[in-house]
Design a protein around this ligand. Structure first.
Ligand SMILES: [Zn+2]
Length: 119
């Protein structure tokens, strides 16, 4: 179990994960602005434990993906991706016990050319 917290501490979550197996960045229009390094779990393995009322939801384009951030400090905490809303992507930078600068093998998700945008 890992603990996630935004910068100000208003929002906290517990993630049922030990090793971060999938580590990625994404080049879509929102992720390139956030610049976060992310990992992903099933929704049932991600529980907000504090500050659910402080979370702000941001949606754009197809409005399927749900991008959440703390309304106090502005930090991106997690999202439900469009490709699979049953999963929760989260900000590895919000894990105190993980140094995102030490991570190797960071995959680049090609969100810029999203498969659901292809005709
Ligand atoms: Zn915060």
């Amino acid at each position: 179990m890992r603990k996630l917290a935004c910068h100000c501490g208003a929002v906290e979550a517990e993630i049922n994960i030990n090793n971060l197996e999938k580590v990625m960045r994404c080049n879509c229009s929102i992720c390139k602005r956030k610049g976060a390094i992310m990992s992903i779990v099933k929704n049932e393995d991600f529980k907000i434990t504090k500050g659910i009322d402080k979370l702000k939801l941001y949606q754009f384009h197809s409005k399927v993906a749900k991008h959440y951030f703390c309304s106090e400090c502005g930090i991106y905490t997690h999202h439900n991706p469009r490709i699979n809303p049953a999963m929760t992507g989260f900000n590895i930078g919000c894990l105190d016990d993980e140094d995102s600068f030490e991570l190797k093998n960071i995959n680049i998700a090609d969100g810029r050319n999203h498969p659901l945008d292809k005709k």
